[in-house]
Design a protein around this ligand. Structure first.
Ligand SMILES: NC(=O)c1ccc[n+]([C@@H]2O[C@H](COP(=O)([O-])OP(=O)(O)OC[C@H]3O[C@@H](n4cnc5c(N)ncnc54)[C@H](OP(=O)(O)O)[C@@H]3O)[C@@H](O)[C@H]2O)c1
Length: 244
């Protein structure tokens, strides 16, 4: 059975992706940092549905923790076929006028450090087996500026370009690297940070007239995780109901 490591899978989008991939026959690693109970509930739901999953408490911004997590999965299940990096490090919604360097530099550092560490940890095994699927969670503000989203948009833009370089270098090894970029997702962190009237305006501006659902994101991830996506690499795929 293929193995998928999903960072930030204790709730929201990551949990939906874990459930989706488990339903498609992957052994799933449900990573989280603090929410052990929620992660255990995701694992229990997968097992109850006949799938295989384990939870792992690991801070993806800490090098030793990430290396230990990947080593443990390799020893238990023999390797990692799919990395889905979903973990969301904190960010603020703010204007440039109010922005501090700590807010911008802090988000850039945690966003890129986590992506760097998890990629560094899984790629050697993928190269050794000549197969891998690397998938990262971006967001629409990385390409199109939106009011207040300067920290998230700038850090995700850096992630977008990092993934393109990773894709370029790893293509000869049978490893793909792609980004999924949802519009605002119902029930996610963004909907807790954004006022309800603003959310309504966002939904109204989406051609399909609703926010994204976690299941929309999981469906797109399932394609990128599959063997059949093997000639698709270095791409940024919006999940946005037609919004650019
Ligand atoms: N929600 C949206 O509208 C939206 C839109 C576009 C893109 N995205 C992107 O989608 C991804 C997930 O967003 P979300 O809204 O689903 O986030 P969320 O509900 O806040 O979930 C974040 C997940 O990341 C984990 N996490 C946070 N810091 C971690 C760390 N240092 N190490 C390991 N795990 C950590 C959390 O676990 P703990 O609770 O245990 O810390 C949780 O499982 C993010 O990359 C985000 O930028 C979200």
């Amino acid at each position: 059975m293929p193995v998928a490591l999903i960072t930030g899978a204790s709730r929201g989008i990551g949990a939906a992706i874990a459930m989706k991939l488990a339903g498609q026959g992957y052994r799933v690693v449900v990573n989280h940092r603090d929410s052990a109970q929620q992660a255990d509930e995701v694992v229990a739901a997968i097992v109850a549905a006949g799938g295989q999953a384990i939870a792992t408490q690991t801070d993806v911004t800490r090098a030793d923790d990430v290396a230990n997590m990947v080593n443990e999965v390799n020893q238990r299940w023999g390797g990692i076929d799919v990395l889905m990096h979903t973990a969301l490090t904190p960010y603020v919604i703010t204007s440039f006028a109010e922005l501090t360097w700590e807010q911008l530099g802090g988000k850039l550092d945690t966003e890129m450090h986590a992506a760097f560490l998890v990629t560094k940890a899984v790629v050697p095994g993928m190269i050794a087996r000549g197969y891998g699927r690397l998938i990262y969670m971006s967001a629409l503000p990385s390409r199109r500026a939106r009011e207040g989203m300067i920290t998230l948009g700038t850090s995700k833009a850096a992630l977008d370009q990092f993934v393109k370089y990773v894709a370029l270098e790893l293509a000869p090894h049978g490893i793909t690297a792609n980004l999924v970029a949802p519009t605002t997702v119902e029930g996610g962190t963004a909907t807790r940070l954004i006022p309800p009237e603003r959310l309504q305006a966002i939904a109204a501006g989406i051609p399909m007239k609703r926010l994204a659902r976690s299941s929309d994101v999981a469906d797109t991830v399932a394609f990128l995780a599959s063997e059949g996506s093997g000639f698709t690499s270095g791409h940024y795929i919006p999940v946005s109901g037609g919004l650019e």
